[in-house]
Ligand binder design. Structure first.
Ligand code: ZN
Length: 341
């Protein structure tokens, strides 16, 4: 692998002809077969633009899903989407009208076969695919069947595992589970969160990753961040358990965050996807700023274990801002290769 290989957390803005721009829950602009074709076109465009920005490990940009959790849930039987319950999610950081689990969970079939196979056929770069993690899913859905959050999380983990194995067969190189809930329910990460992830990745031989961030750049998250004080030490409580886990890579937020980077030492042995691009603001990083974060992380993580990434998904951003930031990411990693070794 290239030194300081680049990747993105996962999502990218959708073209305005596909979905409403700048929204976390955008409405599709099209329907039926036309929508299906448009999703494929958008996926190809996202791949091309990532390659042009020198992103080494590309994703489908999550162009085929409306939301990172519900894109998966749509393919799960046992959920009543018309039975919405208002719930405070991420420990009450925001209210959402979430659907309800009403019977045994089952997958309706393949979830991401179309976009995964399409992406594999059209890029020679390493391909990463994202799935929501079990803890984050159960934090985003109401339960009227299992009566036990952990049991429901394990049921979701088994479904995720079926799709993850199929994605591996499609030729995906890295499967990443997105677990922003890990930064909220720190005690439960050690109690069952990692075990649920192990279940979701059982039998995989491809690279596995978990993404744990402080959320998209939306108001509720920005307000939450200001309440966390001068030093964000959530990672300190979960990194030791992650270091002991079977997960290969951990994707975290560093740029413009108040995470003391010496905490990265607690991830000893893991590859670290270091967030060097902020997604909460529109200011475009310059390559030297990217190098600075990589240099700081290099004090605590072996250089060959550093992958340069974005802090979080870019779905709600303006497309021209997001891609300018990716260009800075690619150029910054290039500069780091020549200046830091
Ligand atoms: Zn994130």
């Amino acid at each position: 692998m290239t030194l300081f290989a680049t990747t993105i957390a996962g999502s990218l803005p959708k073209p305005a002809w596909l979905a409403e721009p700048n929204k976390l829950w955008p409405a599709w602009r099209l329907a039926g077969d036309t929508l299906a074709v448009a999703k494929r076109d958008a996926t190809l465009l996202a791949l091309k633009l990532q390659e042009d920005c020198q992103i080494d490990i590309v994703t489908d940009g999550e162009q085929s899903r409306q939301h990172f959790v519900h894109g998966f849930l749509e393919y799960v039987e046992g959920i009543d989407f018309s039975r919405r319950v208002e719930m405070g999610i991420r420990a009450d950081r925001y209210k959402a009208a979430v659907p309800t689990v009403t019977s045994e969970l089952r997958l309706r079939g393949r979830v991401h076969a179309v976009e995964a196979q399409l992406a594999r056929a059209h890029t020679r770069h390493k391909l990463k695919f994202t799935l929501p993690g079990p803890m984050t899913i159960v934090d985003t859905i109401a339960d009227a069947h299992y009566g036990d959050r952990v049991a429901m999380a394990f049921a979701f983990a088994d479904l995720l595992n079926v799709e993850a194995r199929a994605l591996e067969t499609d030729g995906v190189d890295v499967i990443q589970f997105d677990e922003p809930a890990f930064n909220v329910y720190m005690r439960e990460v050690g109690e069952w969160g990692i075990e649920a992830l192990h279940r979701a990745m059982a039998g995989l031989t491809c690279t596995t990753a978990v993404h744990i961030c402080y959320g998209y750049g939306i108001k509720a998250n920005i307000d939450w961040k200001t309440s966390l004080g001068n030093q964000w030490r959530q990672y300190e409580q979960i990194f030791p358990a992650l270091a002991q886990s079977r997960i290969d890579q951990v994707s975290i937020e560093c740029r413009n965050s108040r995470v003391p980077l010496h905490l990265l030492k607690l991830l000893e042995g893991k590859d670290v996807q270091v967030g060097v691009i902020d997604v909460a603001g529109d200011e475009i990083e310059i390559p030297e700023q990217v190098v600075a974060v990589i240099a700081e992380a290099s004090k605590y993580v072996a250089q060959e274990k550093i992958i340069a990434s974005t802090n979080c998904g870019m779905a709600p951003m303006r497309a021209e801002i997001a891609y300018a930031k990716l260009a800075a990411l690619g150029e910054g990693a290039q500069l780091a290769r020549s200046s830091l070794r």
